[in-house]
Design a protein around this ligand. Structure first.
Ligand SMILES: [Zn+2]
Length: 483
C-alpha cells in the first residue's frame, strides 16, 4: 500500500490527557457524591488465612469521607504507612479453614503486659519536640545530639505526633540508655545506647490474617456503600481495579448494583489493625454478574481471574479487519519515499476493498467518531484506563455510532475507505499504551491469559471454595436479617 504522505503521527494531546486523568476522575467521582442512603452490611467471617500481610494505609481522603458521611465504621488506626507488596496464597489448608473455622469469640479485652517500671513513659503533647522532652527529663543537649546524629532512622524519633507515647530509660547516673515508641499496632522503634552512639532497631509484630465478608447494595456511589459495608478506601479501590475492565465505575453504576467481597483483615490479638487483599468478589452491575478470584500461580504471581478461570481482562483481537493484507507495518524510522526523510509510521495499514467492515479490537468506549485531520473519518476507542485504539481513513462509520458509545470486542465500528490523506482504500490502525504508540502487531497484549492448564485444577478448587464462601456468607446474612 502506498504510504500516506502527510498522515500525522502525532496523537492528540487531549486523549492522552484523558487517559491519564481517569484514575483521578474515578476517585473524585467516587468521593464527591454526598447523598448517601445506602444499604450495606458487613459481617465477620471467622476464617483464618496465612499470609505475609501489610498494614493498610489510610489516605486522608478516607478521613475526609468519615467526616463527610458522619457515621462510619470503626476506622483502622494506622499511624505510619507501611508499604510492601503482598502475596496472600490460598492453599488447600486455607480452604479447610474457610469451611471449618469456628465462630470468632468476642473478646475485646487486650492483654497488655505491665510496662517495665524502669521505662519513663511520656505522652507527646502539642508543641512537644524531642528536644523539649529531653530537657523535661533532664537529659543533656549532648545526648540529644548523640541520639539524633546516630543514624538516619534515629530521626524518626524527631517526628513526634501529639498523643504518641515515647518511653525513656536512664542508667544509674541519669544518662539516657534507651528510647522506644510504638508507632502503630505493628511497629515499635527503639534506640539503645552503644558506647558513644545509639543503635536503632524496629520491632515488628506479624498480625493474624482473618478472612472477612462484606456486602452492600449501591444507592448512590460505590464509595459510600463500600464505606457503609466496612470496606476501607484501599479495599474499595482494589475492587474498582479488579472489575475496572468490566465495569465503568465512573458512569455505569446504577442504583441496585451490589457487591460481595471476601477480604483479608489483619489482627493483633483481637484488635483489627488493617486489611490486606481481596480474595474473592462478586459485582452485579445492571443485572450482570462479574466474579473475581485471587490466585497465586506456581511462579508466585498473584492475579485475579474470573471464577471459571478465564482472565478478568479480555484479550484484544489482533486484527481489526478480516481477510486484509498488511500493506505497511509499524515503523518508527520509516523513510518517506518521496521526501526521503524519517517519517515514523505509528500504526499498521491493512489494505482492503472499500466497505470492508472494521471491528473494535477490544471492549471499550468510543471517545472519537468523526473527521480527524489527515486521518479522515476516524474512530478512537478507549479500553479501560491504559489502552486506546485508533481506526483511520474510514469510508463511513457504523450506523448510529457516536462518541460516548460502548462497543464490544468484534463489533463493527466502520468501513474501510480512503478519507483524509490516504492514497488508496486501507485501514490505518494504531494501538496506544498509556498514551504511547506501540506496534499493534507486536504489542504484548494485556494480561489476558487464563489459568494455565497445569494449574487449572488447583485454581478451581480455590475458586469453588471462595465462591461457596461468598454464597454461604450472603445467605447466612439474609437468614440472620430475617430473624
Ligand atoms: Zn498508516
Amino acid at each position: 500500500m502506498p504510504p500516506q504522505k502527510t498522515e500525522t503521527p502525532r496523537y492528540p494531546k487531549s486523549h492522552i490527557m484523558a487517559a491519564s486523568g481517569i484514575a483521578a476522575a474515578l476517585s473524585i467521582f467516587l468521593l464527591v457524591i454526598p447523598t448517601a442512603d445506602v444499604e450495606a452490611r458487613r459481617t465477620f467471617v471467622p476464617l483464618e488465612l496465612e499470609s505475609s500481610p501489610i498494614l493498610e494505609t489510610q489516605p486522608s481522603v478516607s478521613e475526609q469521607l468519615d467526616a463527610l458521611i458522619g457515621e462510619t465504621i470503626t476506622p483502622l488506626q494506622v499511624a505510619e504507612p507501611v508499604d510492601a507488596p503482598v502475596q496472600a496464597e490460598a492453599s488447600p489448608a486455607i480452604l479447610q479453614s474457610l469451611a471449618l473455622a469456628p465462630p470468632m469469640s468476642p473478646e475485646p479485652a487486650e492483654a497488655t503486659a505491665a510496662p517495665p517500671t524502669d521505662w519513663i513513659s511520656v505522652t507527646v503533647a502539642a508543641g512537644n519536640t524531642l528536644s523539649v522532652l529531653f530537657s523535661q527529663l533532664g537529659f543533656s543537649a549532648a545526648s540529644l545530639h548523640s541520639v539524633v546524629s546516630s543514624s538516619k532512622d534515629a530521626q524518626r524519633f524527631t517526628r513526634l505526633k501529639v498523643g504518641q507515647v515515647v518511653e525513656f530509660k536512664k542508667d544509674d547516673t541519669g544518662d539516657l540508655l534507651a528510647i522506644r515508641s510504638k508507632l502503630n499496632d505493628l511497629e515499635t522503634i527503639r534506640l539503645d545506647r552503644k558506647g558513644d552512639t545509639f543503635a536503632f532497631t524496629t520491632e515488628s509484630i506479624k498480625p493474624d490474617v482473618r478472612t472477612r465478608f462484606a456486602n452492600g447494595e449501591i444507592n448512590s456511589s460505590l464509595f459510600l456503600s463500600a464505606q457503609k459495608a466496612g470496606l476501607s478506601h484501599n479495599l474499595t479501590m482494589q475492587m474498582a481495579n479488579i472489575f475496572g475492565y468490566d465495569v465503568d465505575f465512573a458512569r455505569e453504576i446504577r442504583k441496585g448494583d451490589s457487591f460481595e467481597v471476601l477480604f483479608e483483615e489483619l489482627h493483633v490479638g483481637e484488635k483489627r489493625v488493617g486489611t490486606n487483599n481481596i480474595l474473592a468478589a462478586r459485582f452485579t452491575n445492571r443485572g450482570k454478574i462479574f466474579t473475581a478470584v485471587r490466585y497465586t500461580d506456581k511462579n508466585g504471581n498473584s492475579s485475579y481471574y474470573r471464577a471459571d478461570g478465564t482472565s478478568m481482562r479480555k484479550a484484544f483481537i489482533r486484527t481489526p479487519v478480516e481477510l486484509a493484507r498488511i500493506s505497511s507495518r509499524y515503523n518508527p524510522n520509516r523513510r518517506h519515499p518521496v521526501l526521503k526523510t524519517v517519517r515514523p509510521h505509528r500504526g499498521v495499514d491493512y489494505a482492503a476493498v472499500t466497505g470492508t467492515p472494521i471491528r473494535a479490537t477490544g471492549d471499550g468506549r468510543v471517545v472519537h467518531a468523526g473527521r480527524k485531520g489527515g486521518y479522515g473519518n476516524t474512530v478512537v476507542i478507549k479500553h479501560g484506563q491504559k489502552y486506546q485504539t485508533l481506526y483511520a481513513h474510514m469510508s463511513r462509520f457504523a450506523k448510529g455510532l457516536n462518541a460516548g458509545d460502548n462497543v464490544s470486542q468484534g463489533q463493527v465500528i466502520g468501513y474501510v475507505g480512503t478519507t483524509g490523506l490516504s492514497t488508496g482504500p486501507h485501514l490505518h490502525y494504531e494501538f496506544l499504551v498509556n498514551g504511547t504508540h506501540v506496534d499493534p502487531l507486536n504489542v504484548k497484549l494485556p494480561v489476558s491469559d487464563p489459568i494455565p492448564k497445569a494449574e487449572r485444577t488447583a485454581f478451581l478448587e480455590i475458586s469453588n471454595s471462595l465462591m461457596a464462601a461468598l454464597d454461604q456468607q450472603g445467605s447466612t446474612q439474609l437468614a440472620s436479617l430475617a430473624e
